[in-house]
Design a protein around this ligand. Sequence first.
Ligand code: ACO
Length: 322
Amino acid sequence: TLRAVVRGVGHYLPSRVVENAEFEATLDTSDEWIRSRSGIERRHFATDDDTTSSMATAAAQAALDEAGLSAEDIDAIVLATSTADLTFPSAATMVQAKLGMTHGFAYDVQAVCAGFVYALANANALIASGQAKRVIVIGAETFSKIMDWTDRSTCVLFGDGAGALVLEAQDNAGTARDPGILATDLNSDGRHRDLLYVDGGVSTGTSGYLRMQGNQVFRHAVEKLAATAETAMERAGVTADDVDWVVPHQANIRIIQGTAKKMGISMDKVVVTVQDHGNTSAASIPLAMSVGRKSGQIKDGDLLVTEAIGGGLAWGSVVLRW
Ligand code: ACO
């Protein structure tokens, strides 16, 4: 069986760190409110030197370095983002150029906070079909550019950054014990558009800001996340007892805890970075994977379950063995 196995992981965070307390100067909010409602303590915001493609390139280079590979060895780049530098070309082709890669192909995937899960499933299909041998999968976002800084219910929740994985085709026995992506599950339901969206875009002739009915999104999150994770785990032929790490989308610690509980997995098996990064949308899962790998939590052979939900609504899960 052709499996997409992880060869390397890396991330990039902009140098500007903003603590919750900084918002107290301009908004009717508090460190205590933000911390207790979301689990967020600080986040990174892009500086004038950072764009989605520059951060994505740095994360991709870090993942290539860890894999001991160069851009020459890569066949495809799949980049999950809702905040590309330009309307077109894709941020992925800009990363391709920045890496000095003149062969292969690159494209963006847009599924908001579920973007990385979608991109992973996409890259997995490229590898399983024989279209590509090695794929860089990136999540990169500059949500600071779509914040309404007068809206305390959203602007304190998001952050910027990028994370990347290098996947490589491996012909292995294809059991749940073998490394690689074991199963994927993707879902969306466009009826929920009004719960989370940007109120502008190219075809409407406006720029727009992120709008969210946070408590409504919350209502959908735990149930849909636990259900998609369970579907993916069933397809993979694994149970909650087999899971070494849940690497969830990092939007809110209460959603992360609620989902883990519903999955029957204790919080000491969950990689949590929301306190330091805030919600970085499509970047949050590869960022958490990279931090979890560097901290020594995620080890070779570990079974990981990722799950994410965001605007659309779009949600999904990927089960993989590192
Ligand atoms: N500081 C102080 N008070 C605030 C703030 C703030 N920053 N923001 C909102 N409040 C107030 C509200 O105005 C409200 O006041 P009221 O009761 O007087 O009307 C009160 O706090 C409670 O507001 P809720 O929205 O009900 O608070 P909740 O406990 O639901 O927490 C939160 C809000 C953190 C947004 C939560 O609902 C959440 O995390 N939702 C999910 C977000 C998410 O997962 N998004 C999906 C991924 S993102 C993507 O796809 C881009």
